[in-house]
Design a protein around this ligand. Sequence first.
Ligand SMILES: Cc1ncc(COP(=O)(O)O)c(C=O)c1O
Length: 437
Amino acid sequence: MPFDVNSLESHWMPFSANRDFKKEPRLVVKSEGMYCWDYKGGKVIDGSSSLFTTPCGHGRKEIAEAVYKQMSENDYIPHFSLGHPGSFELSEMVTRMLPDTINHMFFTNSGSESIDTAIKIVLAYQRARGQAQRNRLVSRERAYHGVNMGGVSLAGMVKNRETFGLTLPNISMIRHTWTEEQRFSQGQPLTGAEMADDLERIAMNFGGGTIGAVFIEPVAGSTGTLVPPVGYLERVREICDKYGMLLVFDEVITGFGRMGAPFATDRFGVVPDMITMAKAITNGAIPMGAVAVSDEIYDTVTNASPDGAIEFFHGYTYSAHPAACAAGIATQKIYQEEGLFQRAADMEQYFQDAVWSLKDHPLVYDLRGIGMMATVEIHPGETPGALGGKMQKDMFWNGLHVKWTGDNAILAPAFIAERSHIDEIIEKFRKTLDQQL
Ligand SMILES: Cc1ncc(COP(=O)(O)O)c(C=O)c1O
């Protein structure tokens, strides 16, 4: 596709150093399987499934063809009191993978919308069961729950909040679970479960009966793979039950096989009341998100309204868009037919060991990982994040794409990866580390 690298000004890019990018654009013009190609023809291996979106690999024809067919047959209908079969089929396919108690899906267009939707469902549920005073939400430091106002209010990342000031009231934060003594623990750290007790302190401080829900990424993804200590999530669940709070797992990254199990709830054996998801639901091909809720929540909210009335005043023009549903169904078929979640489980140890081979490098400060996700945290330079930003760029020109947050490089290869792909990712990672010395 021809374009002029001198005319990049009009697009204000998200979460990007716009001025810097435009001086030396990293423009991708083609992607297929484990690779993408920049506009100069350079071949780049994708070490992070793009943005944790693409576990089936890039350029899946099955998804493109399903979307094309859907668009040719029925391109759009509103989902407000009309429907099309795809959303019901996709809901069935996904809820079949979820815990037995979670059987209802509300569709959105992104992870951020899923979080804001989940907040509204919490408030609607508590009101419907006569507990409207439960309007306090609990989240964690170092949490990322997207960028809409609800998600920013729950966020524990200072850069995502400090510019915007005006966020939702009634949010309490508990600590994140990373501690110095956990450095270099592979899988779940053995220490730190007691940090779940922070939740009880919040309950005792504000009154357990005022708290609607607790939002938790089972493994904090965007702030660098913070794996829950052994026993931590179980303790969170216990405290939620004790005080009647809902537990929301934000599985926007951990869902759809990333943990070597369908969802993190399966990996950790802890069942929440709600699960938010997005990204890999369509292999990233078409924007889509969803909130899956328990029967108890769905029944309570819907039964609180008179027959024939709308029960939940919320929805997006593009909720359950036919193209997204077609992409979602095609993606679920690929997961099933190619046994990709099992493949992820089988590759986990090889991948984690490969990442741990970087432990000896003088720039590496910490390694954390579980499933098909791992973080290499480097020693910060004089300005935290500056070296990480530089390395992200250098890696790209060395033929490797990795998602960085500050000085944390978050690796999350597609589940179609062969061992040779993992080796190539780690080799290019080490080469880029060496160049910084
Ligand atoms: C845990 C979590 N929640 C929410 C989001 C927001 O998703 P989106 O960027 O699709 O709005 C993300 C994005 O990375 C995420 O990791």
